[in-house]
Design a protein around this ligand. Structure first.
Ligand SMILES: [Zn+2]
Length: 141
């Protein structure tokens, strides 16, 4: 899954009508991207915006709509050192945090939106680790 989106209540900046805005997350080899798209059904005003990374205020919206996900390293493979180096780079971790992470393998190493976890998995896959992206909420509500 390389794309997910949510809609959220949004007040039109032009006419103050209560409308909806669509926030989307996607990723490619350069990282996770965020995009917003708004069109007012009342006055026709619209805009689009995009950025890198996930705005922190979006996370609860995505968790509510699409679930909260985690990345589990089932087996680090033969290149655990490379795996940790890559994780440190992608997640921007301190050395101490990286060694704490090392002790959690095999196990959960990160959590976030589904696109974030899929991106991480994609980044790490070439290093030979066996990983799973799973929903933290066991679903079925
Ligand atoms: Zn409007």
């Amino acid at each position: 899954m390389k794309y997910e989106s949510v809609s959220a209540p949004y007040t039109c900046p032009q006419c103050n009508a209560s409308q909806k805005i669509v926030h989307a997350l996607s990723f490619d080899s350069t990282g996770v991207r965020s995009a917003s798209s708004f069109t007012c059904l009342n006055c026709g005003s619209s805009f689009e915006a995009d950025d890198r990374g996930v705005p922190p205020e979006w996370k609860p919206l995505f968790y509510a709509a699409n679930g909260h996900w985690e990345l589990i390293v089932v087996n680090a493979g033969l290149r655990k050192v490379d795996l940790l180096r890559k994780l440190r780079e992608v997640l921007g971790l301190e050395l101490a945090a990286t060694s704490a992470l090392s002790r959690r393998i095999p196990g959960r190493i990160a959590d976030g939106t589904r696109v974030e976890m899929e991106f991480l998995k994609c980044e790490l896959q070439s290093l030979g680790a066996v990983m799973e992206v799973v929903s933290i909420k066991s679903g079925g509500d």
